[in-house]
Design a protein around this ligand. Sequence first.
Ligand SMILES: [Fe+2]
Length: 294
Amino acid sequence: MGDPFSRNSSMARTGKKPSVKLRKARIRHFLLTTGPNRLSRGWLYRRHHAEGVELVEQEIVAPGWPKAFDGIRIGHISDIHVGDLMLANRAIEVIQQLAAASPDMVCNTGDLVDLHWPGVEPVAEALAAIRAPLGNFFVLGNHDELDSGEDVERIVSDAGTTVLHDDVAQITRGDDRLRVGGIGWARTPARCRQRIEATIGDECVDLMLAHNPKAFDHAAARHVPLMLSGHTHGGQIARRNRPDANLAVAHRRSAGLYEHGDSRLYVTVGAGALFPVRWNVPAEIAILTVRCGR
Ligand SMILES: [Fe+2]
């Protein structure tokens, strides 16, 4: 809790002025989170912190997926938002929940931090400690950039996770290969397109990580078999049994599995939260079993 204008940010340490985006985010945090919690005398936080995070299993059949990687299990985690609503110790427990499912690969699609990065180091170390034989990958979300995206990338990378910032990693198995691309934060479809083009150029990738699901239209145009995203939190409030009917009205694809041509998109509703309420959209981590063919 605390005053939204005097948090322990990197700016407080370096003397730099906070960005306009960070100041706006602090005000939003005060209005949606800290303020209501104070009015409720701490009840909102107590209730929110007591809620669990579900482990969701999803099979995805993706045409074009490399045969040697048929059936791999990807641990998809996103939007942890370490901060008031996800204390570092709780985040580490959630990550250990994912580790216990023994995924072959871990993909973190961003928003590791909520507002400020100081204190996120043990969470980054817990993420990197998941023993995933096919690798452990991370892309930046919009919240990671509020305070200092460079510091978040440095902390995640130093801990041992591969940061994909408009970059591609290649995993080989026998004669086959899996190319994993990841783009930095991009707000608009046009910016997503630019970043995807800068990332894959004339090549192709099999798996694309992008915080913003708005990147999917262009990923599908480039015949990417599978893209993973977060960002929407599934709106956090949805109609019962209608995950698509939610508060994330700016997004056509906001929760679950989508198809466009031969491409597939999974949008996780995330492990953390932007405000301390979730109705009919429980927090999740996902194990995605990816199969090739139709
Ligand atoms: Fe988020």
